[in-house]
Write a protein that binds this ligand. Sequence first.
Ligand SMILES: [Mg+2]
Length: 299
Amino acid sequence: MKLLFASDLDQTLIYSRNSMGENITEIDLVEVERINGKPQSYMTKKSQKALWELGTSAFFLPVTTRTQEQYERVTGIFENPVAPRFAVISNGAVILEDGEPVKEWSEEIREQCVSRKTVIEELLPLIERYFSEEWVLNIKQADGWFVYLIIDRTQFPEEKLEFYARLFREIGWAMSLQGRKLYFMPESITKARAMEYVKQRLNADYVMAAGDSLLDLDLLESADKGFLAVHGEAVKSKAAFSAHIQITERSGIEAGEEILAHVAETALQHRLSRRSTHGSTASGSRENVGSGKNRGMAE
Ligand SMILES: [Mg+2]
């Protein structure tokens, strides 16, 4: 049995000072990302240890809306300085294999976006029409795939969010509000699709997934087991989801710790059941194939 742990990063596994919650002891934190020399994101030491210790018992697949440049800053999630075998970035528009984008994958996604007219050039005039308000601080394009607005949350009319979401959904764009960022994502770009591709490539047969936002829900739905951080947009928006998706009890950076504890526990259970089925020697030797921790799960 090959396990895949496909997880969102921001506000699921890693946290900024603003999003980690209160009463966090400094000594429990470990820095996992730096911007211009300044610490930006953190995990708890316990979380990092649990993630690293997953080792060969589950393949860790980061599944993030970050672009490649933003993703590559997050060095603290891997024990090895070597690039992990796979990562899903730009919300699923790009899959990195050994640090390089899988060309055919992104070409296919691009074709679908073009044929459905969900490309940035079509979206920008609409954004300008609907969002020329003072709470829009900046309009950003992510590597030509999608758009997000940097907004002033204190001025943002939350009551209009559902109206906007419906409007844009009708023309093929999913909206997601995460902190100061309001995302517009083409419907062809989903985390679930990219995860399914990696799952097939790895021949994995059980998927655990974790996330916090509306952009994570499809990923969690297509997994065998899902963990949804209680503090996130998905729980707050009261979106409907299936019974295999569990909401964390703890919030902030401690939700990350809780998710990783569940994942480690499941990985252990699967290991034990495999041992009892195949005998410890056989399964033990198979698990240790490959030198890098994540690479041990290669095809
Ligand atoms: Mg997130």
